[in-house]
Design a protein around this ligand. Structure first.
Ligand code: KG4
Ligand code: ZN
Length: 358
């Protein structure tokens, strides 16, 4: 069965629209086109995302982007089989824009809609890469709001192995970057600065590194960075080298914990395949360290294409297509949409786990 799926992502500060096709001939849906508008310049002067500005900009962008993606793929609205959108988690107002447009479009076309969990989009996004994974695998999901290790056996079949007990890895990058005066978004800025620093200049903590489980904790790291910033007077002085050194140390601490816990998860599950997804999967040091460690263990590592690590519409269209093809979920003609700004990932887990408290 051939299925043409339009995906709309608007959960935070990127408007993404994409078109994927799934059919019997290809095991993985094909990305036909995707377009993205980033709001980074809009929010940069505030040092972070301003929700109301985000919603307004999504409204401005989503229809022109939809027209553009259809034109690029050589399709018209009438060709669409399903309209998918990010239902959550994310900013309520921003999510409502994508959901509202998706449902209005689908209702006008008499096509079904499907609301997708943003993190499932990230998790499956490496299937659109030139080197797609095969099920089953261990997934390290590292985004701005989430850090999780999961056993993934099929589309829609996920088991939680461990997660952060406080801040997410991306949040650790962002908050440390802010303390270092490196602006927003913090992850890429900190990584760029770290290139000129000595990763052994300061001693930063690796919380829960030897906890014996697969959980993470990054809140203490932020406090340690703040202590160093104050000690060095970086909030007052333009000391570029200590700033770069501290950036390098912060990045090294986050990456070391992510790598060690991923290896532990591979060891525990006996898996020989690792998938890394979410915004932090773009980090070059993380990729290099995982490549070195996994080569030694004979483990294959898969990532999203660099342009699809952070938020995009392709992963939303893909997740919808994969859920529908795998029979996990059906798109619906019930257009009375709601959004779930705090949609727990636990809702997507195997029933035995989903019943446990998050
Ligand atoms: O997945 P994502 O786009 O948004 C969420 O769903 O949260 O992830 C954004 C996060 C931000 O915290 C950003 O700083 C981080 O990914 N990030 C990076 C890099 N690129 C994006 N962190 C470290 N190194 C990078 N190159
Ligand atoms: Zn995201």
């Amino acid at each position: 069965m051939s299925l043409l799926v339009l995906g709309i992502e608007s959960s935070c500060d990127e408007t993404g629209v994409a078109l994927v096709r799934s059919d019997g001939a290809h095991p993985v849906p094909q990305l036909l086109a995707h377009v993205l508008h980033t709001q980074i310049p809009l929010h940069a002067e505030y040092g972070g995302v301003v929700p109301e500005l985000a919603s307004r900009d999504h409204i401005r962008r989503v229809l022109p982007l939809t027209r553009e993606v259809l034109a690029r793929a050589g399709h018209g609205l009438a060709d669409l089989d399903v309209v998918a959108y990010t239902r959550g988690p994310g900013l309520a107002g921003a999510l409502l824009v994508g959901a509202g447009v998706a449902c209005a479009l689908a209702a006008a076309l008499d096509r079904p809609v499907l609301g997708v969990h943003h993190l499932e989009g990230h998790l499956l996004s490496p299937f659109l890469s030139a080197d797609p994974p095969e099920f089953p695998f261990v997934c390290l999901l590292v985004s701005g709001g989430h850090t999780q290790l999961m056993q993934v056996d099929a589309a829609g079949d996920y088991r939680l192995l461990g997660e952060t007990v406080d801040d997410a890895a991306g949040e650790a990058f962002d908050k440390s970057a802010q303390l270092l005066g490196l602006g927003y978004p913090g992850g890429p800025a900190l990584a760029r600065f770290a290139e000129f620093g000595d990763a052994e200049a300061y001693d930063l903590p690796r919380p829960l590194l030897h906890s014996g489980d697969l959980n993470f904790s990054f809140a203490g790291l932020k406090t340690a960075v703040l202590t160093q910033v104050r000690k060095l007077g970086l909030e007052r002085l333009p000391c570029e080298q200590p700033r770069a050194d501290l950036a390098a140390c912060t990045q090294a601490a986050i990456v070391e914990v992510l790598v060690k816990k991923s290896l532990q998860a591979l060891h525990t599950t006996g898996s020989k395949r690792l998938v890394v997804a979410g915004g932090v999967s773009a980090n070059a040091l993380l990729r290099a360290e995982l490549a070195a460690a996994c080569k030694e263990l004979g483990v294959r590592v898969h990532y999203p294409e660099l342009g699809l690590c952070t938020d995009n519409g392709a992963m939303i269209a893909l997740a919808a297509a994969m859920r529908i093809s795998a029979g996990v979920e059906h798109a619906t003609r019930d257009y009375a949409f709601d959004v779930r700004p705090r949609w727990p990932m636990a809702d997507l887990l195997r029933p035995a786990q989903a019943a446990a408290p998050a």
